[in-house]
Design a protein around this ligand. Structure first.
Ligand code: NAD
Length: 463
């Protein structure tokens, strides 16, 4: 177990001042400089794949292949895409033609916001640091990165590698927990991106409001799955189970619970059992096969939810406190007032809530906070359209789960309690960019616009 070195609180202001000086030096205005930093970021990831995999395995017990395709690969892709896209993204834009304005040559400069703060959670500790960092660098900002203290191996690795690869006057890491983050939040920033729970999101928003700092919040929630009784149940079960099992359910876009028409519940459970046998032919408890809960507190929270459920456990239920292991657990006949339905589960437990029909399912989802995602398994366009058009969520996904943040070109973000603001790819660049409106008005224009100057006589108005 690595000992994560926390940044002394009294050094934090100095670190921010260094970043501000770095930003004011003006070197990030140069696109070639940004591209060089982005290449360095990509090399940092490429050179250290093995160490990142090991750190993720130590922090989360995660199988290396899962780390590869869920985090390390996407982080490299985001760094490379930012490198490839920044010339176009940062280009000054002409305003659309208007007869009133064209003579003043109105343009939009894409300017960096300045010195920005990125606070990241534990669940995808590489991607949720590296992807926003790539966008913030591409946009020309200086960045303070605050990784999660719950993943000490990854966070220590960042503290070691980032100063070696990136300009230390433009990117800095502060490690720590609540006191260090509270100190960071006492300071004024030019933008804050917070990814994590809604509870802490409220603390971040309140702190930012004191300085009128703009904030983007990437939060969580209970993402429901709708099952059309006529869908391909085997396919639905396989994909939903996978979405609940990757990273042991600690995924913001994980399917939280499933709304199943009562008459197909048992068929769905049987299909989940088949997938479970196929995914884990040997014991799922074998080290390196299935991720662990991140902390003893997270383990105890999930255990508490399961201890109090009124539903019936039909798959899994095994746990081991010493290794923070909880097996993929399926609970059927879960009522809507159950312990499993009060909060985001964020663990490998899937409640199945039987419903009369899609109307009852829609009404239930609409009686709760807007989730990060709404999932539908159906081959019927009208069914999918009904669910999507009558609910609200960060994303609307049919016949798939979890992977929408990784699809290039799609914005990723929540709505209301599941977050505000969009990221990945150009959307991250936009988040960290100020659109500076500009014009340059020629003197001859007063021949046409001279009427605006007092005195306001009838003649001047006619002109
Ligand atoms: P968290 O809110 O506990 O921690 C996230 C960060 O906030 C950490 O860096 C932590 O140090 C800091 N923090 C914790 N308590 C704080 C406090 N009192 N004051 C100031 N800072 C504090 O979140 P977590 O448990 O690491 O992450 C899980 C949550 O994140 C889930 O709700 C999940 O859905 C959400 N999430 C959302 C996205 C998204 O993109 N929408 C992605 C991943 C995770």
């Amino acid at each position: 177990m690595v000992d994560l070195k926390y940044t002394p609180v009294e050094e934090i202001e100095k670190i921010q001042a260094t970043l501000r000086n770095g930003f004011r030096s003006g070197r990030t205005k140069n696109i070639e400089y940004r591209k060089y930093q982005l290449l360095q970021l990509a090399y940092m990831l490429q050179d250290n794949v093995k160490r990142l995999e090991e750190a993720l395995a130590a922090d989360l017990g995660r199988p290396p292949l899962e780390s590869q395709f869920l985090e390390i690969g996407p982080s490299m892709m985001d760094a490379r895409n930012a490198w490839a896209g920044v010339d176009k993204w940062a280009k000054t834009e002409r305003a659309p033609f208007s007869i009133n304005g064209f003579a003043m040559r109105p343009v939009i400069y894409k300017e960096p916001k300045g010195v920005v703060l990125i606070i990241s959670p534990f669940n995808y500790p590489v991607w949720l640091c590296m992807s926003p960092l790539a966008g913030a660098i591409a946009a020309g900002n200086a960045v303070l990165l605050k990784p999660s203290e719950s993943t000490p191996h990854v966070s220590s690795l960042f503290a070691e590698l980032i100063p070696k690869y990136l300009d230390p006057e433009l990117v800095a890491v502060v490690n720590g927990g609540v006191p260090e983050t509270t100190k960071l939040l006492d300071l004024p920033w030019d933008h804050i991106l917070y990814t994590g729970s809604g509870q802490v999101g409220r603390i971040v928003s309140a702190a930012a409001a004191k300085h009128l700092t703009p904030v983007s919040l990437e939060l969580g929630g209970k993402s429901p799955v709708f099952i059309d009784p006529n869908c391909d149940i085997e396919l639905a079960a396989k994909r939903i189970l996978w979405g609940k099992c990757v990273n042991a359910g600690q995924t913001c876009t994980a399917p939280d619970y499933v709304l199943v028409p009562r008459e197909v519940q048992d068929k769905f459970v049987n299909a989940l059992k088949n997938s479970m046998d196929n995914f884990y032919p040997e014991s799922v408890a074998t080290p390196g096969v299935f991720s662990r809960l991140v902390t003893p507190q997270a383990f105890n929270r999930i255990k508490g939810l399961l201890d109090n459920t009124k539903g019936t456990i039909v798959i899994g239920g095994e746990m081991d406190e010493a290794t923070k292991f909880i097996a993929p657990t399926i609970v059927k006949d879960v009522p809507t007032n159950d312990s499993l339905m009060n909060e985001e589960i964020f663990g490998p437990v899937l409640p199945i809530v039987p419903v009369k029909d899609v109307e009852e399912a829609i009404a239930y989802v609409n009686s709760n906070d807007h989730p990060l995602a709404v999932y539908v398994f159906s081959q019927d366009a009208a069914y999918k359209q009904k669910v999507f058009s009558r609910t609200q969520s960060g994303s609307a996904v049919a016949n798939e789960v979890v992977i929408q943040p990784g699809i290039e070109g799609l914005p990723f973000g929540g709505i209301g309690p599941s977050g505000s603001g969009y990221h990945t790819g150009k959307y991250t660049f936009d988040m960290f960019t100020h659109l500076r409106a500009s014009l340059d008005s020629p003197g001859w224009l007063d021949k046409i616009l001279g009427f605006r100057f007092p005195p306001y006589t009838d003649k001047s108005i006619k002109a």
